[in-house]
Design a protein around this ligand. Structure first.
Ligand code: SIN
Length: 276
């Protein structure tokens, strides 16, 4: 099959690119797959406009990059598609997915490699998503602070995030938790990335509680530095595909009581490591 000729337009020097000329509902040939893969690795998050994705087509696109992940807490709302996380907000919502800076489900022992979000319904204005490069966050740290962080690990926990959140019975349910390096090496690019986030990371294992709290608060603020970010303004039927290993994101819930709706497919990842 003839490949699709794609163009890649960067949004900022550190993070984000729009990929043009690609219909994600069509099977990707090897060359096109490699170009999309490389665009993701080079830019951390890539965007596509004007797509038409059935749940099957969105899952098939995700499966080109790995096995699909099923969310450990959110109920499956799309019959027959447990791997699809429905992202929905309306006038009755008390939370939205991802309303603070995070890397998806980092509490998993093997956190997701990437997430593919397809938005089909938007408020008249608002509902952007912000993305931040954790390579840029690591690179901007001073050398003494890098040296302090490199041997450290941190706990990431789901309990305080997920318990009671989805309005379903969860007594007796055990939510994931895991210890991960504070700085992880990206398994493809080989670059170091900061890997703590405000939603899931609860403490740095080797430090006293007060030291851990102070250092984490400083790092969580550092993650939010505007120079590390790009901001995506959705249009209906846009797709964002982000690499959770080196990017954090924040869904901007500035549109209540309006509706926003979409489907997310999440790709399984591997155990984070640090390799000098
Ligand atoms: C998420 O997957 O964290 C939600 C992102 C969004 O709704 O923009």
């Amino acid at each position: 099959m003839a490949g699709q000729a794609i163009r890649i337009e960067k949004l900022t020097p550190h993070i984000g690119a729009e990929v043009q000329g690609l219909d994600l509902a069509r099977p990707l040939d090897e060359r096109t797959f490699q170009e999309v893969h490389d665009a993701l690795i080079d830019n951390g998050v890539i965007f596509f406009r004007d797509q038409r994705l059935t749940p099957e087509a969105q899952k098939a696109f995700g499966r080109r990059f790995g096995e699909l992940h099923t969310h450990p807490a959110a109920p499956s709302l799309l019959p027959g598609h447990p791997e699809i996380l429905v992202i929905h907000a309306d006038e009755t919502s008390r939370h939205v997915a991802g309303e603070d800076w995070h890397s998806d489900v980092s509490c998993d022992p093997e956190p997701p490699m990437g997430s593919i979000l397809y938005i089909t319904e938007l408020p008249p204005v608002g509902g952007d998503t912000l993305f931040a490069s954790m390579y840029a966050a690591y690179d901007a740290l001073s050398e003494p602070l890098k040296r302090l962080l490199l041997p450290l690990t941190a706990m990431h926990e789901g309990e305080h995030v997920y318990r009671g959140r989805y309005g379903v019975k969860d007594e007796g349910k055990v939510f994931p938790k895991a210890e991960h390096p504070v700085i992880r090496t990206h398994p493809v690019s080989g670059r170091p990335a900061l890997f703590v986030n405000r939603v899931f990371t609860t403490r740095i294992c080797q430090l006293a509680r007060a030291e851990s709290d102070a250092l984490l608060q400083m790092l969580f603020r550092h993650v939010e530095t505007p120079e590390f970010q790009c901001r995506f303004r959705w249009r209906e039927r846009s797709v964002a595909f982000w690499d959770n290993r080196c990017v954090q994101h924040h869904a901007m819930w500035d549109y209540h009581p309006q509706r926003r709706h979409g489907h997310r497919v999440t790709i399984r990842g591997d155990k984070p490591f640090y390799r000098p």
